[in-house]
Write a protein that binds this ligand. Sequence first.
Ligand code: NDP
Length: 322
Amino acid sequence: MAHGVRVHAVGGPEVLVWEEIPVGAPGPGEVRIRQRAAGLNFIDVYHRTGLYPLASLPAVIGMEGAGDVVELGLGVTSLAVGERVAYAGVLGGYAEERVIAADRLVKLPEAIAYETAAAMMLQGMTVRYLLRETYNVVPGTVVLFHAAAGGVGLIACQWARARDATLIGTVSTDEKAELARANGAAHVIVTSRENFVQRVAEITEGQGCDVVYDSVGKDTFRGSLECLKPRGLWVSFGNASGPVPPFDLSLLKGSLFATRPSLMAYTATHAELAENAADLFGMVESGAIRIAVNQTFPLKEAAAAHAALEGRRTTGSTVFTI
Ligand code: NDP
């Protein structure tokens, strides 16, 4: 037995219960890991509230962690007991120990601390596929990125800077604007007092953006479409303000493209996962990207962490210590 945070019924942060959880022995192709840190991500909120339904309840939520391999299941030869590993996108992260398929893990380079790994695996690999694969951001690409001071956002600002792209970020406060700028955003729009559609038109001198990365959803999708150049790409990758409602395709104005990607679809095979993680580790080890662990909570205080994330009181990444 170990301890973890489970959801017995969907609802507010109060449904997150710290308790004893069964871990079990690893089956064929699986390993048991002792986690040293776990990540907080907005998808955890969607799981907790039921926006993304869980397959069964009670469930240990959490999609990201880092730790040590402590037991190998039958047939696992790619890993050894004692190896440092990390993962993203596999439910069950809010736990001291867990069982996980060996091919969903990557080995963690010595230079990367457990907490840094737990902060960056999901958000960093997301930025990697968004900026390299969903749309290949190159020098001169003009990008609009919503929630630019968040976990995904601060990594995106830095990755766009490393690609010599022009990133326009949106944030809700001046403090967050400062942070986004310091991390590489060329322009920042403060949505509590500025109209982002108007500001993007001014900043781009009426040209619009090549690509808009929109994780806010309901509140921003119409404006986001207004900010694109003809044949630009709208990437709807999250719902922080609620899901995008069904809409008339004529909003795509005769030429725009729209996609609704997920990290899981871009790292479905081990080869894709390993390639993405290796690129991310390289960016972090070279210093091009610094992972901002701006909030840390003991895992048993998951409810407080959720309230802070939903309440827009966090910046950068948030990690649970275990
Ligand atoms: P963030 O740290 O970015 O937190 C969310 C931010 O969204 C807030 O800080 C806030 O920034 C902004 N926001 C705007 N409107 C609201 C609202 N009504 N309620 C709450 N927040 C709001 O979270 P993450 O970095 O974990 O994730 C960012 C987004 O990316 C999420 O939507 C998430 O679902 C999505 N995502 C999608 C993935 C995919 O593969 N599809 C993978 C990973 C993340 P501000 O106050 O500045 O507006």
